[in-house]
Design a binder for this molecule. Structure first.
Ligand code: ZN
Length: 173
């Protein structure tokens, strides 16, 4: 089991404002150099990669009905329980700790879902490591939704977490 839990936050450039070109004063080359400090192979070893954009004053102060921390906590606790029951008797408690064979055994995919993942694997040139990480992350997303089966929507969300593309690494860096 070589799974370590940690969060790695990173700015998109030295000044922190890229891709907001009104505020970012870095050159394209400086941005590329900055992002290049984290290599693709290293990114590949991180379970979930996501880009977070800045928030405006209006968005921050807008009143909307969001899920409360207490509600989120309840969902997370339920997902933990689902995983503990699923792996009862095994020396692991969470989806993230499954090896390849265990992933196949405990996270089976339906026909549609297999097809979706096969397409993504080819199109996105995914590694074997990324392939299993997607399934395990999709299993966790399904657990958070209290869903017994891994569905296409769970896989699609998990695939998005494997693509630190968009505004930053997706620029061909
Ligand atoms: Zn910058």
């Amino acid at each position: 089991m070589n799974c370590i839990n940690f969060v790695v936050p990173m700015n998109p450039c030295a000044c922190g404002y890229f891709p907001d070109r009104e505020r970012c004063c870095c050159t394209e080359q400086e941005v590329s150099h900055y992002l290049g400090r984290i290599s693709r192979p290293l990114l590949d070893r991180i379970d979930i990669c996501t880009e977070v954009t800045g928030i405006s004053y209006e968005e921050l102060t807008e009143k909307q009905e969001n899920e409360t921390s207490a509600q989120i906590r309840k969902r997370v606790e339920y997902a933990h329980r689902m995983q503990q029951e699923r792996y009862e008797g095994l020396p692991l408690h969470f989806n993230a700790y499954l090896n390849g064979n265990q992933t196949e055994l405990y996270c089976p995919l339906g026909e549609k879902e297999q097809k979706l993942l096969k397409n993504a694997f080819g199109k996105l040139n995914l590694s074997a490591r990324a392939y299993y990480k997607i399934i395990k992350t999709a299993r966790t997303i399904a657990d958070l939704e209290q869903e017994e089966r891994i569905l296409e929507q769970h896989l699609l969300e998990a695939i998005r977490y494997r693509l630190p593309g968009g505004a930053y690494w997706g620029r061909g860096v």
